[in-house]
Design a protein around this ligand. Structure first.
Ligand SMILES: [Zn+2]
Ligand SMILES: [Zn+2]
Length: 392
């Protein structure tokens, strides 16, 4: 089959690789019908995530048709159309039982590395380094899905791929970020970063009852989308003093909750260095936290800071005193995708949201290298790239 392979820093190639096969009774093999490039794939592209190996197959946002099933998967049949969560979860462990799917204890066979860094490892992830399980991703013609009796959700025929593809990651991620704000009637929510996750956080904040959403970025295409599609008031941080402006806009109070959809910033320092020295150099700062610092400063007293991330290592000059003094609540983490799949599919079916609005570029799998470069450089107003396998 053809697959998008990581060949080194800023080097992805479409190569011929062996087809995946069933390894465990709970596996399924999907024939991919649509897949997307995620902002977090750019961290891999830029070479910031350690434990990638030449030839690794990328992609954690994908959907497709079931073509083969392990003997233990009873809830799916060949021909089913499914979307798959980017987090891999067993469904049986302490964490899965408590809806903390991204903390699954049984899906990362290489947990030791993450344990060195974090104390404990999160779940395995598709196409996201050997440290996170070494699973092949879905930017390919076929993919193996472990724990297929738990993760994939069946999609009704009347919904198009583009309407449901983002249930795999960015829609639940933006939704959980908004849900973590514990939104009350009348609330004003400020969102830093208007990439795809930010766009879904904006829409989700309104779906959950926010009265106003204020969106902050400096990429014109993203700000235009936040205003036109998301109905957010927008601020360009190149032109405005964000703390002053937010204070003015909220009658001197500050926003009730602030969502940081910027994260570690791909051009910040790498976590490789941290990984190498994790045991001895505990005071290294690795992640650039400018947006997060601004959010903590701007948030109203007693408010909430919600962080869908992504952060990898340590933060320097973290304003813990401001957070303490104002009594802020912090909520964060990898998305518990499994928890949101069915409720959010229902919102799409009911016409409450059509996630396809974020797509700016539609390419074939063969054009993936070009897609990575365009997305990486914000060229041609690129907000989101969807890839179709060439045989489609
Ligand atoms: Zn993603
Ligand atoms: Zn589990």
């Amino acid at each position: 089959m053809k697959a998008v392979c990581w060949e080194g820093k800023k080097n992805v190639q479409v190569l011929s690789v062996p087809d995946p096969s069933i390894i465990n009774p709970r596996d399924a093999i999907l024939k991919i019908t649509s897949t997307a490039i995620c902002g977090s794939d750019l961290h891999l592209y830029d070479g910031y995530i350690p434990t990638m190996e030449k030839g690794d197959i990328l992609g954690h946002e994908f959907m497709g048709e079931v073509v083969e099933l392990g003997s233990a998967v009873k809830n799916l049949k060949k021909g089913d159309r499914v979307v798959v969560p980017f987090t891999i979860a067993c469904g049986n462990c302490f964490f899965c039982k408590r809806d903390l799917w991204s903390a699954c204890d049984n899906s990362n066979p290489n947990a030791a590395t993450a344990e060195t860094l974090y104390g404990f490892s999160g779940s395995g992830l598709f196409g996201y380094s050997h440290m996170m399980g070494g699973y092949s991703g879905g930017q390919a013609e076929y993919v193996r899905v472990p724990f297929a009796d738990v993760g994939p959700v069946q999609i009704p025929d009347e919904l198009s791929d583009e309407q449901v593809l983002f249930l795999s990651d960015i829609f639940p991620t933006g939704y959980m970020a908004a849900e973590n704000c514990n939104i009350q009637p009348g609330d004003t929510i400020a969102v830093w970063g208007c990439g795809p996750v930010g766009q879904f956080a904006i829409k989700s904040a309104y779906l959950l009852g926010a009265e106003r959403v204020i969106a902050i970025d400096h990429v014109p295409a993203r700000l235009r989308m936040a205003a036109a599609e998301g109905k957010a008031e927008t601020l360009n941080f190149d032109d405005e003093h964000i703390y002053q402006k937010l204070t003015e806009m909220t009658g001197g109070m500050g926003p009730d909750a602030c969502i940081d959809c910027v994260g570690l910033e791909a051009h910040g320092m790498t976590i490789d260095a941290l990984y190498d020295r994790a045991k001895t150099a505990l005071y290294l700062a690795t992640d650039r936290a400018h947006a997060l610092r601004q959010a903590i400063r701007a948030c109203r007293k007693g408010g909430t800071i919600s962080v869908p991330g992504v952060y990898g290592g340590f933060l320097d000059k973290f304003p813990f005193g401001a957070a303490f003094s104002k009594g802020l609540t912090f909520k964060m983490g990898q998305t518990n995708v499994h928890k949101y799949l069915r409720p959010l599919l229902k919102l799409i079916q009911d016409g409450k949201i059509d996630p396809s609005f974020v797509i700016s570029h539609r390419l074939t799998l063969g054009e993936a290298p070009n897609g990575y470069e365009t997305f990486r450089n914000n060229q041609n107003d690129c907000t989101k790239v969807v890839l179709k396998p060439t045989w489609n």
